[in-house]
Design a protein around this ligand. Structure first.
Ligand code: PMP
Length: 326
């Protein structure tokens, strides 16, 4: 099957998406022309060239595979009414990624990564997509000193989003504690996500969709891949915690709702009228149950969710500055 509806112009600096990964590396950049992309075979941008999704590129001695020495982002693009697409808050995502890369001494070029994101969306003909850039420490040593290691960058785009999926979510307090910021900075360092994975796995084993991290003092931190909000008497509050990732969707929701940002106890959360969690992949997800507490209707969450959907699709020109056209 070929994508015929979304045939795009390739920019000069993008290479042809190859049908065979083995040949793509030898090719010079092709002149700009219309391209047809096989829908079943998306291309991945890898260190400046396009390769097929299933091409084996990382050696088994890759440092990141052994120690989690990598930094990723989760970004989204949305189809816009003019028939195009736009990436939501791309500079903010790449700036957070740069901060993470700095932790490992990875030389991360924000401009180059931004071009790679747009080129990959164009090459794959993706408009509504989840975008996954990853920068990682490669080979050169298997020790813990990262200085001798090679550094890499890839960008994948996917038509399907994997986190929570917009449905009302069944949440449970995790027995696991969030990585404290004094041990691991709240950035998207790959190894740190083992903490989220353990919590998610444990929650699912007990029949829930998602885990809520709280701290030793009973304050809410965040979920495994989303920040937490509550609504009480029509007032929206965004949970603030030093161990939580400073989410870009959280920042967006605060701007859209005028929410106050402060520390919130689990007790307060259980007493709220509505609770929702938000993130790039999750967007805004209403919480259905939090352990034994069952929440009722969620009109404020619904309204905010609808506003968010308009903003990310460029239907509210007041927020056009958050969109990067593909
Ligand atoms: N917390 C964690 C742990 C996350 O992984 C994410 C997803 N990136 C979020 C919160 C939400 O962040 P954002 O809105 O920037 O996607």
């Amino acid at each position: 099957m070929h994508l015929t509806t979304e045939v795009l112009e390739r920019p000069e600096h993008a290479q042809a998406p190859a049908h065979a990964a083995a040949t793509v590396r030898e090719r010079a950049p092709a002149p700009s022309r219309s391209i047809e992309v096989p829908a079943a075979q998306p291309q991945i941008w890898f260190d400046g060239k396009f390769i097929s999704t299933d091409a084996p590129e990382a050696p088994l001695t890759t440092h990141a595979m052994h120690y989690g020495t990598a930094v990723f982002e989760g970004i989204r693009s949305y189809a816009t009414a003019d028939g195009g697409a736009a990436v939501f808050r791309l500079p903010e995502h790449l700036e957070r990624m740069r901060k993470g890369a700095d932790m490992f001494g990875i030389d991360f070029d924000v401009e180059r990564a931004g071009r790679a994101v747009l080129d990959t969306l164009r090459a794959n003909g993706h408009r509504d997509a989840y975008i996954r850039p990853l920068t990682w420490m490669g080979t050169g040593s298997i020790g813990l000193d990262v200085d001798p290691l090679s550094q890499h960058l890839m960008v994948a785009t996917m038509a399907k989003v994997v986190h929570l999926g917009g449905a009302r979510t069944r949440l449970t307090v995790s027995p696991w504690k969030r990585n404290p910021a004094t041990s691991l900075p709240p950035l998207k360092l790959s190894g740190a996500y083992v903490n989220s994975i353990l919590a998610k796995r444990e929650a699912k084993q007990r029949g829930f969709d998602e885990a809520l991290f709280t701290d030793d003092k009973g304050y809410v931190v965040e979920c495994t891949g989303a920040n937490v909000f509550m609504v009480k008497n029509g007032e929206v509050t965004s949970v603030e915690h030093r161990d939580a990732l400073p989410g870009i969707t959280r920042d967006t929701m605060i701007a859209l709702s005028g929410a106050a940002s402060r520390e919130v106890t689990l007790h307060e959360l259980l007493d709220a009228d509505e609770v929702f969690v938000c993130g790039t992949a999750a967007e805004a997800c209403a919480i259905d149950v939090l352990d034994r507490r069952v929440f009722g209707d969620n009109p404020v969450t619904r309204e905010l969710s609808a506003l968010y959907a308009q903003v990310v699709r460029g239907q509210d020109r007041g927020y056009a500055h958050w969109l990067t056209a593909v």
